[in-house]
Design a protein around this ligand. Structure first.
Ligand code: AMP
Ligand code: MG
Length: 422
């Protein structure tokens, strides 16, 4: 049995080796569909921003008598208007003249300053300045924010909602992004039935396939659900072969422990390499990963999950999801956010494995009134307890050699990626 940290390292290396042999494949995608995807090439500014000198305020664009003098209490003759989408197109302003101007409108080349409307008294066709305004004030200069040909986003960057105003304002309709990762997954277990099927004695509804799809559905992954496979080596091998021909990663559920019908590991072993088997984590000791050889597209990564619903979920979110993010970003493993929190109640348990207890994390204050995070464990932690899992928003990590933690102690929690802390 290896430690969780050792398993993380081994998995990292496995992914690194795989990535080294699989080059970045890109596809063009509409900007509106590109969220959550990774750019495969730099984005170069097509336009300067702003495209011309524009007004930052509503007011009056004035042409001062002194070329670069401050605007003082004088009266300007109003010659026209410049508004967004309709610049002033009259004769150039002479000293002592001005145009009415609005935010975002082009400042006429002959005007050196914009005086905000609050500092102007309007009298028919003239504008009296009430307060001094520095020369050049209230103008956003052409190219001030983005110069032509500037790199505005770089290859490898994740496209997030806050990048959209930038990319859209450049008139970019399409970007080149990394193709989706293909993940095939299947469950083993002759007792597993689908929702709607009648349950015989000892049958249960299959839940791990739905849970894999739910966890991975947040990412740019093509999910290939291969359903439930019979508990025989032949059926499992056939499924692994199909999966590895069509996917970059194959995830299996169940059949990796030491029971008479647990064939998954031996099948992967026969078709490739099982790098690791048995990890000192709880829930989820029977964890095996490696790769399958000889697939049409070369090596396919194999991530085996235990069958128990909670074990399967915890292994997927704590061990495989960070690795999956590495396969997506091709740069680094991204573990779930790890935070320190104050434990609310005493915890006792049998040591030996790193435990991920399902917990509820919330914001609060410590004794001195400073912001603090508090966490409480959710009752029974058996590996089939889906009720506690459903109520949790994090896992509390208890080191392998720790058996007791008193209330009030600091513990490390691993936050579910979809959690917004209240
Ligand atoms: P296994 O790892 O195949 O020995 O399964 C361990 C336990 O998890 C057994 O009680 C199975 O019935 C249950 N189990 C296995 N696969 C699934 C699944 N896909 N959905 C729900 N429970 C499962
Ligand atoms: Mg089974």
């Amino acid at each position: 049995m290896i430690s969780f940290e050792q398993a993380q390292d081994n998995l990292h290396r496995l992914c690194q080796t795989w990535l080294a042999t699989y080059s970045d494949v890109s596809e063009p995608l509409a900007l509106s569909k590109s969220l959550g995807r990774y750019l495969t090439e730099d984005v170069i500014a097509a336009l300067e921003l702003p495209r011309s000198d524009v007004s930052a305020m509503d007011g009056y664009a004035v042409c001062t008598r002194a070329r670069d003098g401050a605007v003082t209490s004088e009266v300007f003759v109003l010659k026209g208007e410049s508004r967004a989408g309709e610049p002033y197109n009259g004769v150039p302003l002479a000293p002592g003249e001005c145009v009415r101007i609005f935010t975002g409108a082009v400042v006429p080349a002959s005007a050196g300053t914009v005086v905000i409307q609050e500092n102007v008294e309007r009298e028919n066709a003239s504008a009296r300045i009430l307060h001094d305004t520095a020369y050049g004030a209230n103008i956003r200069r052409r190219g001030e924010e983005i110069a032509a040909d500037a790199v505005i986003a770089t290859a490898g960057q994740l496209i997030t909602p806050n990048m959209i105003p930038l990319l859209a304002s450049q008139g970019i309709a399409e970007v080149k992004v990394r193709t989706k990762l293909r993940v095939a997954f299947f469950a083993t277990g002759d007792e597993l039935k689908a929702a709607g099927d009648n349950l015989g004695e000892g049958d249960i509804y299959e839940s791990n396939l739905a849970s894999i799809a739910a966890v991975l559905g947040h990412y740019p992954i093509d999910l290939i659900n291969l359903g439930v496979v019979e508990d025989t080596p032949e059926a499992i091998k056939a499924c692994l072969a199909e999966a590895s021909n069509n996917a970059d990663v194959v995830i299996s559920s169940g059949g990796v422990s030491v029971g008479d019908y647990d064939y998954v590991r031996q099948c992967v072993d026969a078709m490739g390499v099982v790098s690791d088997y048995k990890v000192a984590m709880k829930p989820g000791k029977p964890v095996c990963f490696g790769h399958i050889d000889g697939a049409e597209n070369g090596k396919t990564l194999f991530f085996g999950l235990p069958g128990n619903a909670v074990s399967s979920f915890v292994v997927l979110t704590e061990l495989y999801l960070p690795a999956m993010k590495y396969l997506l970003n091709r740069e680094r493993v991204i573990p779930n956010t790890q935070l320190e929190a104050i434990l609310e109640t005493d915890l006792s348990r049998r040591g030996g494995r790193l435990e991920f207890q399902r917990g509820v994390l919330s914001r609060d204050e410590d004794a001195t009134g400073r912001p603090a995070l508090r966490v409480s464990a959710l009752g029974s932690q058996d590996s089939h307890r889906v009720l506690g899992l459903a109520r949790a928003n994090c896992t509390i990590k208890i080191a392998a050699d720790v058996e007791h933690i008193s209330a009030g102690s600091k513990v490390t929690v691993s936050v579910f990626p979809w959690t917004d802390l209240q």
